[in-house]
Design a binder for this molecule. Structure first.
Ligand SMILES: [Cu+2]
Length: 125
């Protein structure tokens, strides 16, 4: 029964995932998976000031934890806490930088979020 539910989630996520596979997007959507690479895409790029969202379609809890949260002397910029199955975690935006993160529950799950400087506004005439 859990398996059927997981497949249903996969179909829904697949139908909605029309984001480009590479390049900088105005917002980022990352999907958690039970198998490698666990966060898809495992390296995501977004321009600063744009929201980043993680979806959890798996049947298990996961977290999205900036590595700084577990390293002494480093700032902790985001930590979702346990994200239940079917839920999502969104942050409104980050300053430009490179943000490695992981799952507190499954430390093998690791991803990197890269935030670039915001592009100049195109409509300044
Ligand atoms: Cu996890």
């Amino acid at each position: 029964m859990d398996r059927t539910l997981a497949i249903a989630f996969a179909v829904v996520v697949g139908a909605c995932s029309s984001w480009p596979a590479t390049g900088t997007s105005l917002s980022a959507q990352i999907v958690m998976e039970d198998g490698s690479p666990y966060y898809v895409p495992v390296t995501a790029t977004v321009a600063s000031g744009n929201p980043i969202r993680w979806d959890n379609p798996t049947p298990t809890h996961h977290t999205v934890t900036h590595n700084g949260c577990v390293e002494d002397g480093h700032p902790c910029l985001f930590d979702s806490g346990p994200v239940p199955p079917g839920a999502q975690f969104t942050i409104p935006g980050l300053p430009a930088g490179r943000y490695p993160y992981h799952c507190r529950i499954h430390p093998i799950m690791r991803g990197v979020l890269t935030v670039t400087d915001a592009a100049p506004a195109p409509s300044q005439l």
